[in-house]
Design a protein around this ligand. Structure first.
Ligand code: ADP
Ligand code: ZN
Ligand code: ZN
Length: 741
């Protein structure tokens, strides 16, 4: 037997493995991931290496091959755990080990020449307060915002002031010239925020919060890091629970990882954690350069920070004494990686935590079906935080039937109620959010008269319209020509919903010529920072109406918003996706939660062709638990995750025929060469987006209640693919896919 061994886990050399002979007495101990001592170089100095692979296949001259010296027994350091995690990810999700290692190990890079600008206050708090009075007389709102921040924080990062506080460079320049502030430049990467200490939150926990903290810590202190779910609406005190838990974990000498979707990691959140943990917390996000990110990970490795906050990749921070992992907004689909290995942060967190006996706490207002299912099975404990602590009343929710509007002669995209309420809010100078769910736009067809959608008779998902005019099911390949009229009611209004955010903005201009609008969607947010800019100018009252896609339902708090309109709630329901109902429910519930955050109770108008659809009715009632019961029964019946598991096998190639041929062979191999009773194979079919950048995509799904059975299939397919060595074809695996492609 021979072992492929890598000696240096630094980015550049990962691809280079050396082959060593495994001596018989070590054969039972050596397996992928094990750390070994090997003779290396001319002097045969003993160094550490990591076993990638064991094989019978000789790749070098065996007479010159060296022999493994010994196995390193202890596997304790963060690096070893990262390698163990990479092994697990390779097995669990399918990818090469190298790719998995590159995912979990921070990329070594040096930060050269990155200059960070900061704004430093030159005045005392009292002097600022005096200044603010002057600014108020002159209505200099940007200066007020900056002055107020500088009362609390002596030093602020420059970009934060220009982008999140919306203070222009010319204002900064003039304040600098009058000696109010200084601008500091430094080379080294620092924390995003430096705070004066003694800013800590001294509030007492509520009894409901205390119960959660006590239980998690009691289990932790027994050495049983368990899994918990906190279900609570925004403002119910989840973050305060996280902070209190982390404080206790730090007191026990341990460290914390907090995952927050990037879009929700707002300035307020950053400040809140910084106030509490000062220099001992650090933030990572996609705006950091790889070098900066590496620096932050190095600080963590050296024990200079106790808390790391960031998106899913923050899981891979090399903490030696991990005590807790928190995943906020755990239902977010951004927790699933879209590249190989296609891992889910929740599952990786559970695995990683098990190496350290660390606790995992999930939080959400609308937990994923997966999380609630785990609770139901007793694998996770659920807590509720039911009250909104910031005050504000729950909004009034109206469901407006668009079929009725059409019947009664209203062809506009605004129902009469929404129209009236927009008029009312504009006259009161209150703000409005109009929300359009763009996801699932692609091709689904429904009847504008009776609302029924064209569905596949075999799969209970919507058919989608192809360019040739056929309606096709992406699960089973079933297809029919598009009928000239609705099969249910005979109406000729059988079409997709065509309005995009731009059309809505134009319609608003025509109907309410005096309203100031802001639009936020993929077109207006192409630059990395611009979504923050749009949100903060809306928060500053620079527009009456914000129009946008799902991006706008998260993050910022807008106390002046008293009306939220959802323009067409059906669209996502019929996306060709088994998670469509769940997504619709989550989005509508969150959108509704945007109204009435301030003193005035808000109104929410949900426009729909399908007012009786369960996710719409239950989100209007903000009734998560009933929705869960309804949806989990559906998944059970239709055999979808989380009740059964699903493996997506994707074949991609610029050569369409080749891709189709390969997916055919893989499917055939699964169906007849490998599978037995109880395995379900669906496909092959062209992917929903059949061609991306001239690469054709085909897909087959396998379903089984036992995840491990799907791993076996994946392993079989991996060796089948390796044997065939097709050129110019890529095969990818996606377990429990977020989108059915
Ligand atoms: P979530 O994370 O669920 O949105 P937060 O923890 O941010 O909730 O709490 C919402 C608001 O309520 C915050 O302003 C927070 O300071 C406040 N808050 C949280 N817990 C308490 C408490 N025990 N007593 C008083 N105020 C609290
Ligand atoms: Zn119809
Ligand atoms: Zn079908």
């Amino acid at each position: 037997m021979y072992a492929d061994i890598i000696v240096d886990i630094s980015h550049e050399k990962l691809d280079k493995a050396f082959q060593y002979i495994i001596p018989p007495h070590l054969e039972s101990e050596i397996e992928p991931g094990v750390q070994v001592m090997i003779p290396f170089g001319n002097g045969n100095k003993l160094i550490k290496g990591y076993v990638l692979n064991c094989t019978n296949e000789i790749k070098f001259d065996p007479t010159r091959m060296k022999t493994v010296d010994s196995v390193v027994k202890k596997q304790v350091s963060a690096k070893e755990n990262a390698i163990r995690l990479a092994m697990w990810m390779k097995k669990q999700y399918g990818s090469t080990l190298i790719t998995a290692l590159k995912t979990v190990l921070p990329v070594k890079q040096t930060t050269k020449g990155i200059v960070k600008k900061s704004i430093v206050s030159c005045l005392s708090k009292e002097e600022w307060e005096e200044k603010i009075k002057g600014y108020e007389r002159k209505h200099q709102v940007a200066r007020i915002r900056l002055a107020q921040e500088l009362c609390v924080h002596e030093v602020l990062p420059y970009e934060l002031v220009t982008e999140k506080l919306g203070v222009s460079a010319s204002i900064i320049k003039s304040m600098k010239e009058t000696g109010l502030i200084r601008i500091e430049e430094e080379n080294q990467y620092r924390n995003p925020v430096r705070v004066n200490h003694n800013q800590k939150d001294t509030k007492e926990m509520s009894p409901d919060q205390q119960v959660i903290v006590d239980k998690v810590l009691a289990d932790f202190d027994k050495g049983e890091g368990k899994h918990y779910l906190i279900q609570g609406i925004t403002g119910s005190g989840k973050t305060f629970v996280y902070i209190n838990l982390i404080k206790e974990i730090i007191e026990r000498g341990k460290q914390a990882i907090v995952l927050i979707p990037e879009i929700a990691l707002t300035y307020q959140t950053v400040l809140r954690f910084s106030n509490e943990f000062g220099d001992r917390v650090t933030f990572v996000n996609s705006k950091l350069s790889p070098g900066e990110k590496y620096d932050q990970f190095e600080r963590a490795r050296r024990g200079e920070v106790d808390v790391v906050i960031g998106p899913r990749s923050a899981l891979f921070v090399p903490f030696e004494k991990l005590g807790i992992i928190i995943i906020d907004e755990e239902h977010e689909s951004s927790y699933k990686s879209e590249t190989m290995p296609k891992y889910h942060a929740r599952e990786v967190a559970f695995e990683l935590a098990s190496y350290y006996n660390a606790s995992v706490v999930l939080g959400s207002a609308t937990p994923s079906l997966e999380a609630s299912y785990l609770c139901e099975q007793g694998k996770m404990e659920k807590f509720y935080l039911k009250k909104r602590l910031t005050g504000g009343n729950l909004p009034n929710v109206y469901i407006e039937d668009l079929r009725k509007e059409l019947k009664e002669g209203n062809r506009s995209i605004f129902s009469r109620r929404l129209f009236e309420l927009i008029e009312d809010r504009l006259s009161k100078k209150e703000q409005i959010i109009l929300f359009l769910n763009r996801r699932g736009y692609s091709g689904f067809v429904s009847c504008r008269t009776c609302g029924s959608a064209m569905k596949c008779p075999h799969c209970d998902v919507a058919l989608s319209e192809h360019r040739n005019g056929n309606l096709v099911c992406h699960y089973c390949g079933y297809g029919i020509p598009k009928p000239p009229a609705c099969p249910k009611c005979g109406s000729r209004y059988l079409m997709g919903f065509k309005a995009g955010t731009q059309q809505i903005e134009e319609a608003l201009w025509r109907t309410f010529p005096h309203a100031k609008t802001l639009r936020m969607d993929a077109d207006t947010t192409r630059q990395k920072e611009s979504y923050e800019e749009i949100l903060s100018s809306f928060a500053n009252g620079e527009a009456d109406i914000l129009i946008g896609t799902q991006m706008i339902v998260k993050g910022h708090d807008f106390p002046n918003v008293t009306l939220v309109g959802v323009l067409a709630a059906d669209i996502s329901l019929y996306a060709q996706d088994y998670r469509a109902s769940e997504r619709t429910f989550q989005l509508l519930t969150q959108a509704a939660g945007r109204a009435g955050r301030g003193k005035v109770a808000g109104d929410v108008v949900i426009q729909t062709y399908q007012p009786e659809e369960v996710p719409i009715v239950l989100s209007a009632a903000q009734d998560y638990d009933s929705f869960y019961q309804y949806e989990i029964e559906h998944r059970e019946l239709m055999e979808y995750p989380p009740v059964v598991h699903m493996l997506g096998i994707q074949v991609m190639s610029p050569n369409c025929e080749l891709a189709e041929n390969v997916i055919g062979k893989l499917t055939e191999y699964l169906r007849h060469g490998f599978c037995g009773h109880g395995d379900k194979i669906i496909g092959p079919t062209g992917a929903q987006i059949g061609k991306v950048k001239d690469v054709f995509r085909f897909v087959t799904y396998a379903k089984h209640p036992d995840y491990n059975r799907l791993i076996q299939m994946k392993d079989e397919l991996e060796s089948f693919v390796e044997k065939n060595a097709w050129k110019n074809v890529m095969v990818q695996f996606d377990f429990d896919p977020m989108n059915v492609i």
